[in-house]
Structures are given as structure tokens and as C-alpha cells.
Design a protein around this ligand. Structure first.
Ligand code: F6R
Length: 260
């Protein structure tokens, strides 16, 4: 796992966007895994800027989103369909037919989830998966106790997640209780993982993810099992890391390291 701590949210977002842009430059038809929530907004803004100012091209890109609330229609302002359209898809030149987001309103969740997994495979697998982390250590909506080999499925949200996400809804009772989410096993199959976290309220979860044991109680700790996981944190989210000095040292020394 590579841990990069940067002083600000903006710098963290730009560093993560650069990784996505590098992949797209090398593989214009790359498959991207997308996350929602407040964390990746800066990353999406930077990708949109690169599209407008530097010609970063999404024409051949395919995307798969991590999750969606059950019961929200795509045009609901708090649905992840709506979020992605407003904050990213309508601002770049991605083909609508190449966009995949779990359905929150399918009549058959199980067969939808199986189909979603199959589509990821048929599209060649995910090249870069963007991730945030919940204050309870979840990735996507893989709440504590989720199997580390889980696949796309319906999950019941944990109370801390409902509390955290209540800020986006008029009242706590409006937050959906169920979601469809890619599994931890699905996420671990992506070729590169890019996880971002900012803010003090993520510090405990980030320390557990990076330095704690691998455990289904903190599903983000599964990133320790991945051969190419990159974690971008701002100073506050890195506040509880014990090995912070070492991560900074590794980063400073990276340019001089022998080429492998
Ligand atoms: C959303 C997702 C979630 C969020 C996490 C953090 O697609 O997968 O795991 O990344 O809940 O949310 P924010 O960024 O709003 O703090």
C-alpha cells in the first residue's frame, strides 16, 4: 500500500486525478470504478478541468459505480445516479451507454447484482477503482462484518453511515436503509485502487485501514491485500497514523529509488 499525505484537500484531489489521467493516456478505453459522496468531488472537478483545458478524453471510457441507495429513482437529488450526472458525467464526453450504476429500483435485486458483476467482467475488469472511506471504515457500502470476498449485493446500512449521510437529506428518516454495493471481493479485483480521505472524522478509520489488522470489521483494511493500492490523505485524515514519518520519507526518497 502506498500512503501519500498531502497538506490540503485540493492537492490530494489533484494527485489522485493525475493517476486516473495517466491510466487514460495509456489506455483510452480504460474502465473506471467511480465513488460518490463528498470526498471525490475535488477529484472529479480536476478531471473535468483536465478534460476542458488539456483535452483529457473520456469518449471510449466505461464506468462502473460502487453503489446506489435502494428505493431512490435516478432523478432523486440524493441518488448516486443524480450525483454522478451532475458532478461528472454531464461535464465530460463520456458515452451514456458506457455508464453503469447499480439500480436502486430494480424488481429483482439478486439477478441485477449478478448481471452487474458479469458486465464488469465482460468489459475487461476495472482498471482504476476510486474509493472513499466511511467513518466506520467501510469501502463502498461494505459495512463492518462484510465478507472480504463479498460480491455485488444488497446491504443494510449501519447506523453510523445513516447518521453520516443524514447531512444530505432533509431529515434522518429520509436516509435509505438499504443499498446495492459492489463487494469487497469485487473491489479487490480492480487493477489499481485509489482511496481518498480528508478530515479529522476519518482519522481513526484511516489508521485502522492502513496500520490495523486486516479485518471484515474495517472493510477498508482489505486494501492491505491489494498489490496496487494507493491511499491519498490530507493532514487531518492522517492525524492518527503511527508511521506517518515513514510514509513521508518513502515519498521523498521515491525519485532516487533504483528503477525496477
Ligand atoms: C460512496 C461510497 C462510500 C463513501 C463513504 C465516504 O459511493 O462508496 O463508501 O465513499 O461513505 O463518504 P463521504 O465521501 O461523503 O465522506
Amino acid at each position: 500500500m502506498e500512503v501519500v499525505v498531502l497538506p490540503t484537500y485540493a492537492e490530494m484531489s489533484k494527485a489522485a486525478a493525475a493517476i486516473v489521467a495517466n491510466v487514460l493516456n495509456e489506455k483510452p478505453n480504460a474502465v473506471l470504478g467511480m465513488a460518490t459522496g463528498s470526498t471525490p468531488l475535488g477529484l472529479y472537478q480536476e478531471l473535468v478541468r483536465m478534460h476542458r483545458e488539456e483535452g483529457l478524453d473520456f469518449a471510449q471510457v466505461t464506468t462502473f459505480n460502487l453503489d446506489e441507495y435502494v428505493g431512490l429513482r435516478p432523478n432523486h437529488p440524493q441518488s448516486y445516479h443524480y450525483f454522478m450526472h451532475e458532478n461528472f458525467f454531464k461535464l465530460v464526453n463520456i458515452a451514456p451507454t458506457n455508464i453503469y450504476i447499480p439500480s436502486g429500483t430494480t424488481s429483482n435485486y439478486r439477478s441485477f447484482c449478478d448481471w452487474y458483476e458479469r458486465r464488469i467482467t465482460e468489459c475487461g475488469g476495472i482498471d482504476v477503482q476510486i474509493l472513499g472511506i466511511g467513518s466506520d471504515g467501510h469501502i463502498a457500502f461494505n459495512e463492518p462484518g462484510s465478507s472480504l470476498s463479498s460480491r455485488t449485493r444488497l446491504k443494510t446500512l449501519a447506523k453510523p453511515t445513516i447518521d453520516d449521510n443524514a447531512r444530505f437529506f432533509e431529515q434522518r428518516e429520509d436516509v435509505p436503509i438499504y443499498a446495492i454495493t459492489m463487494g469487497v471481493g469485487t473491489i479487490l479485483e480492480a487493477r489499481t485502487l485509489v482511496l481518498l480521505a480528508n478530515g479529522k472524522n476519518k482519522a481513526t478509520a484511516c489508521a485502522a485501514m492502513v496500520e490495523g489488522p486486516v479485518t471484515s470489521m474495517i472493510t477498508a483494511s482489505a486494501l492491505q491485500l491489494h498489490p496496487d493500492a494507493r491511499v491519498f490523505l490530507d493532514d487531518s485524515a492522517a492525524g492518527e497514523l503511527k508511521m506517518r514519518d515513514y510514509y513521508d520519507w518513502v515519498r521523498r526518497k521515491k525519485p532516487d529509488a533504483p528503477q525496477t
